[in-house]
Design a protein around this ligand. Sequence first.
Ligand code: PHE
Length: 340
Amino acid sequence: MLEDFKTGIEKVQSLPDMAQFKAEYLGKKGRLKGLMAGMRDLSPEERSSFGAKANEAKQFMEKLIQEQSTRIELEEINSRLDKEWQDISWTDRLKDKGQQAAGLHPLSSVMRGLEDIFLSMGFDILDGPHIEDEYHNFEALNIPANHPARDMQDTFWFQDKKHLLRTHTSNIQIRGMEQHKPPFKFVGPGKVFRSEALDASHEAAFHQLEGMMVGKDISVSHMIHFLRTLLSEIFQKEIKVRLRPGFFPFVEPGFELDYECLLCGGTGCSVCKQVGWVEALGCGMVHPNVLKAGNIDPREWNGFAFGLGVDRLTMMRYHIDDVRHIHSGDLLFSQQFKAY
Ligand code: PHE
């Protein structure tokens, strides 16, 4: 039996198999018990020497089983470590193979930087759908059907003529008011779509970051101060801004905010089209009709909203001269940039 045991145990490779093997030899119906059952027919002396031998065998087997189990357990741990280890030097190894590690797209870096800035100022960050209904993209924003402002934004409509690809992130104003009670402040970053002629500064899909702050007695000067601080934070230096009147049906009064071109310092260059100023965003005091659409009483609350163009900001920050690079998916393009 012991010879069988010794050759048998070498073949056992897993802990469950070991448990079964142990039962086969040392279990209640095991081989050792079987042998001991035969002791009844032996003389008392024979019985006692047999008993001692059986005991010895039992201890021998138990010891070997214990040793083998420990060995199997160690092997299992080692093989898991082999399979699951992580190579944290993989970027270097990619380089050795002539490959490049993925980098963050410059637009993603800018978006993340913006989100960090707003989070640090206590804003919530909201999301809104790309496929939007007429109500959230236009109607609730004080742009009724047949309003000329609908033509200002060349819209991609779905066949049902009720849904569209959002033309701006301002739909997030409405969706945000549906979720928040004033006072509140939130931003909503994302892609927007317009059916426009494409050139170095126009893409059919581009990016905005919408912001809305509603509270008591908020004024235009709060808004200007806030937006200037925001731009200084983005570019990490004092930024000169100017306001021009701008028309957006969902704000009154409405403005366009420009900042002095960082590339030429205001003297005029190709990026700012020689004017020395760059359009940053549309903004204004939230129109009472928009607050009403969000179930907010305009006699009690007011606030401002803005829509920041993120592609242009990215172009400024990284000196990119054509917006079409941003969507090109060209790795040679995106690999040039470091994180924000
Ligand atoms: N939605 C406007 C646009 O896309 C920008 C804007 C947002 C203007 C909020 C005013 C207030 O041009």
